[in-house]
Design a protein around this ligand. Structure first.
Ligand code: PMP
Length: 356
C-alpha cells in the first residue's frame, strides 16, 4: 500500500531527493566514493555547496548583501545565536507558539526582551495582530509558521527594526520578500532536507551590529567569513538539500509550489469546514497554515479519536496524530506531499463520517 507521510518533521521529501541521495551515498557522480566519505574541502563538495547556495538564492530571489549559511544545531541553536549576536540592549518578540516561546526564553539570557503580543492564553489559536514594534529594539523576532498549532503569518510584514524570522516550517512554500528581513532561519527537516542541517539567510550589514565577544562557532560572522566551512559541515544533508532545491526549480519555483500548496490546503480545510465530525480549533481563518493543518473532533465525537487514527493507518496515512499540546490531528502537508495524499486523507474523513 502507498504510504503518505504527514509527519511534522522530519517529514516527507521528494522521491528524487531520496533516490539521488541514496545513489550518492553509494557512489557520488561515478567517482567510486561516497558523499559520506569525501572531504568537505574537496572540489566535488565545494561544487555541491556552491550549487546549493546558488539555487537557494535563485529560487528565493535572495538579494545581494545577504549570505546563505548551512549550520548545525537546528533552529534551536539559532534561538541562542540570534540574541548572542544581535541583542545588545533590548529585543522584541512575537509570542505566537511554543517555538517562539522557546526563542524568547533564550533571548532573556542576553538582555531585555519585550514580548509585543502573545496568544498563549488562548492556546495559540491565532497569530497576534495589532501590536506595536518598539523602535528602540535591536531586532524583532517572529515565527512565520507555528508548526504545532497550525497558524501561519503569510505576509512579509514591515518592521522599523531588523526583522528576524524563524521560517523552519514554511521556508520555500511561497514567494517571500527577503529584503524585508535581516535574518531568516530554520531547520532543514521540513521543506528542504533531512535533519542535521539548518539554514540561515543573513543580511551582511547586520553583522556589523555585534558588540559582545561571541564564541567562534556561535558567531554568524564565522560562518559567513568561512562560507559555512569553518568546521566540517553535514555533507550528506547538504547534498540532500541540493536535490530538493533542484526538484523545486524544475517544478516551476515558488509561484508554482505556492499554488499547489494552496490547492492542497484548500481541499483539506474545505472538508474540515464541511464535516459534521471535525472542526478547526483556530479562531482566525486567515491564520490557517498551508503547511500544518490542525483539526480536532467536535466535543460530542471526542471518543472517536483512536478510531479515526486506526482508519487513517489502514489507508496508509502516517503521522496525523496531533501534538500533545493541541490534541486531535495534524496533517503536515509540506511541499513534497502530493495532492493525492491529501485526497486520500479527505476521502478517509468522509468515509469515517458515514461510519460514525
Ligand atoms: N521552530 C519551528 C517553527 C519548528 O517547527 C521547529 C521544529 N519542529 C523548531 C523551531 C526547532 O527546530 P530544531 O529541531 O531544528 O531545533
Amino acid at each position: 500500500m502507498k504510504k503518505y507521510n504527514f509527519n511534522p518533521g522530519p517529514s516527507v521529501l521528494p522521491e528524487i531527493t531520496l533516490k539521488n541521495t541514496a545513489e550518492a551515498v553509494l557512489n557520488l557522480n561515478g567517482s567510486g566514493l561516497s558523499i559520506m566519505e569525501i572531504s568537505h574541502r574537496s572540489k566535488d563538495f565545494e561544487a555541491i555547496l556552491k550549487e546549493a547556495k546558488d539555487l537557494f538564492r535563485e529560487i528565493l530571489s535572495i538579494p545581494t548583501g545577504y549570505s546563505i549559511l548551512f549550520l548545525q544545531g537546528g533552529a534551536s541553536l539559532q534561538f541562542t545565536m540570534i540574541p548572542y549576536n544581535f541583542l545588545n540592549k533590548k529585543a522584541a518578540y512575537l509570542d505566537s507558539g511554543s517555538w517562539a516561546n522557546k526563542a524568547i526564553k533564550e533571548a532573556k539570557l542576553f538582555g531585555e526582551v519585550q514580548v509585543v503580543a502573545s496568544s498563549k492564553e488562548q492556546n495559540y489559536t491565532f497569530v497576534p495582530k495589532n501590536y506595536v514594534i518598539p523602535a528602540d529594539a535591536d531586532y524583532f523576532h517572529i515565527t512565520t509558521n507555528n508548526t504545532i498549532y497550525g497558524t501561519e503569518l503569510k505576509t512579509d510584514i514591515a518592521s522599523p527594526v531588523p526583522l528576524v524570522a524563524d521560517a523552519s516550517s514554511d521556508i520555500l512554500s511561497r514567494p517571500m520578500d527577503i529584503s524585508k528581513y535581516a535574518l531568516v532561519y530554520g531547520g532543514a527537516q521540513k521543506n528542504l532536507g533531512p535533519a542535521g542541517v539548518a539554514f540561515a539567510i543573513v543580511k551582511d550589514s547586520l553583522l556589523e551590529k555585534v558588540t559582545r565577544p561571541v564564541p567562534t562557532m556561535l558567531s554568524y560572522k564565522t560562518h559567513v567569513e568561512n562560507d559555512s566551512l569553518y568546521n566540517t559541515p553535514p555533507c550528506v544533508a547538504i547534498y540532500a538539500c541540493l536535490q530538493t532545491l533542484k526538484w523545486l526549480k524544475d517544478l516551476g519555483g515558488l509561484k508554482a509550489i505556492h499554488k499547489m500548496n494552496n490547492e492542497k490546503a484548500d481541499l483539506l480545510y474545505n472538508e474540515i469546514d464541511r464535516s459534521k465530525l471535525f472542526i478547526s480549533p483556530l479562531t482566525a481563518a486567515e491564520d490557517r497554515s498551508i503547511m500544518n493543518v490542525v483539526f480536532v473532533l467536535k466535543p460530542e465525537y471526542k471518543e472517536l479519536e483512536e478510531k479515526f487514527l486506526e482508519l487513517a493507518k489502514s489507508k496508509g496515512l502516517v503521522g496525523i496524530k496531533g501534538h500533545r499540546s493541541v490534541g486531535g490531528f495534524r496533517a503536515s502537508i509540506y511541499n513534497a506531499m502530493p495532492l493525492d495524499g491529501v485526497k486520500v486523507l479527505v476521502q478517509a474523513m468522509k468515509e469515517f463520517e458515514t461510519q460514525a
